[in-house]
Design a protein around this ligand. Structure first.
Ligand code: NAD
Ligand code: LMR
Length: 326
C-alpha cells in the first residue's frame, strides 16, 4: 500500500471545506489509489462543530481516508503535512472589496506561516484560499524562511475557470475546448483576464467573441463574478472555490498536459516586469511538483497597462502589511 499523503486544511468547519473535504476523501485530488490523512484546523470555538464534520467524514466509509485529526494549534495541524489548504479566514459580505479583509485576516497568515515553517514537510505545497489571497500568501511565505517560497501559491484558479466557462458559453463550445486563457495579477477587481493567447476549437478566441465584447463585457464580468455570487446567493462562492482549490493543487502535484498552462499566483521573479517578490497571478506550466512561469508571451499596450494596474494594487496591499512580514 502507498504511504498516505498528509493533507492539512484550515477553516475546516467552514463552507468551502464542507465541499473540499468530501472531494478529497473521494480521491478527486490524487486519484483513487492514493490514501490520505486529514489534519483539520479550526478556531477553538468551532472545534465542536468540526466534530460533526468528522462524523460525516466517517459516515462516508471512504477507503482512501486513513485518519483524521482535529486541531486548534497550527503547529500541530501542519506537522509533517505534504499538502496544505489555507482556507480559514473571514469571507467578505456584500459591498466589501476583498482587500477590506486584510485587517482581519492578515494576522492569521503570519501565525500560520510561522507554524508551517516549524512543522510542515520541507516539500510541502501550500495553497492560500483565504482572502485577500495574494497578500496573505506573501505574508505566509515571508514568515516561513526555512521553506522555499516556491512552495506557496495563492488561488486565482476560480477566476481562470470563470473566464473559461464564460468563453465556452459565448462561443457555443465545451469548456474543455478553450485553451490559453490567462488571469494576471491580483484576485481582485484589478485582475486582468487575458484572452489574447486563447483559442477555442483551434481558432483565436478573439475572432469568435470580438474585441468590443471582450473589452466591455468579458473582463468586468470575470473581475466581478465573486461579488455577483455574493449578491445573488447571499454568501461567497463555496463549492466552486473548493473545486478550483482542488484543480489548482491537482495540477501542481500531477502536472499540466503538454503545451497547456493554467493561472496561479506565485512569487514574482520579475517576469513581465512584475515587481519581484509580489505574489502575482501568471500563466504557469507544472511538472513534477514544480511550477514555471510561461516566458516571453507578447503583450500589447492594453495588456501591459492592466498588468501594471494590478501590480500597483498589490504593492499597496504589501505596504499595508509590512509589519507582518518577517
Ligand atoms: P467560512 O466563514 O464559511 O469558513 C471559514 C472558516 O475559517 C470558519 O469556520 C472559521 O472559524 C475558520 N477560521 C477563521 N480563522 C481561523 C484560523 N485562524 N485558523 C483556522 N480556522 C480559522 O468561509 P468560506 O466561505 O469557507 O471562505 C473562506 C475564505 O476563502 C474567505 O476568506 C473567502 O473570501 C475565501 N475565498 C476565496 C476564493 C478564491 O477564489 N481565492 C473563493 C472563495 C472564497
Ligand atoms: C470569489 O472570487 O468568489 C471569492 O474570492 C469570494 C469573494 O469574496 O468574492
Amino acid at each position: 500500500m502507498r504511504t498516505p499523503v498528509r493533507i492539512a486544511v484550515s477553516g475546516a468547519a467552514g463552507q468551502i471545506s464542507y465541499s473540499l473535504l468530501f472531494r478529497l476523501i473521494a480521491g478527486d485530488l490524487l486519484g483513487h489509489a492514493q490514501p490520505i490523512t486529514l489534519s483539520l484546523l479550526e478556531v477553538p470555538a468551532l472545534l465542536g462543530a468540526l466534530d460533526g464534520v468528522v462524523m460525516e467524514l466517517a459516515d462516508c466509509a471512504a477507503p482512501l481516508l486513513h485518519g483524521v485529526s482535529c486541531h486548534s494549534d497550527p503547529v500541530a495541524a501542519f506537522a509533517g503535512a505534504d499538502v496544505v489548504f489555507l482556507v480559514g479566514a473571514r469571507p467578505r459580505g456584500a459591498g466589501m472589496e476583498r482587500r477590506d479583509l486584510l485587517e482581519v485576516n492578515a494576522e492569521i497568515f503570519s501565525v500560520q506561516g510561522r507554524a508551517l515553517n516549524e512543522s510542515a514537510h520541507r516539500d510541502v505545497k501550500v495553497l492560500v484560499v483565504g482572502n485577500p489571497v495574494n497578500t496573505n500568501a506573501l505574508i505566509a511565505l515571508s514568515n516561513a524562511p526555512d521553506l522555499p517560497p516556491e512552495n506557496f501559491a495563492a488561488m486565482t484558479r476560480l477566476d481562470h475557470n470563470r473566464a473559461v466557462s464564460l468563453l465556452a458559453s459565448r462561443t457555443g463550445h465545451n469548456p474543455s475546448d478553450v485553451e490559453g486563457v490567462i488571469v494576471w495579477g491580483n484576485h481582485s477587481t484589478t485582475q486582468f483576464p487575458d484572452i489574447h493567447h486563447a483559442r477555442v476549437g483551434g481558432r483565436p478566441v478573439i475572432d469568435w467573441v470580438g474585441r468590443d465584447w471582450y473589452e466591455q463585457t468579458f473582463i468586468t464580468t470575470v473581475q466581478n463574478r465573486g461579488a455577483e455570487v455574493i449578491r445573488v446567493r447571499g454568501k461567497s462562492s463555496a463549492a466552486s472555490g473548493a473545486n478550483a482549490a482542488l484543480e489548482h493543487m491537482r495540477d501542481w502535484v500531477l502536472g499540466t498536459p503538454e503545451g497547456c498552462w493554467v493561472s496561479m499566483a506565485v512569487r514574482s521573479d520579475g517576469s513581465y516586469g512584475v515587481e519581484p517578490g509580489l505574489v502575482f497571478s501568471f500563466p504557469v506550466t507544472l511538472c513534477e511538483g514544480t511550477w514555471r512561469i510561461v516566458p516571453n508571451l507578447p503583450l500589447d499596450d492594453f495588456s501591459r497597462a492592466r498588468i501594471r494596474a494590478s501590480e500597483a494594487e498589490l504593492i499597496l496591499e504589501r505596504d499595508m502589511v509590512r509589519h507582518l512580514m518577517a
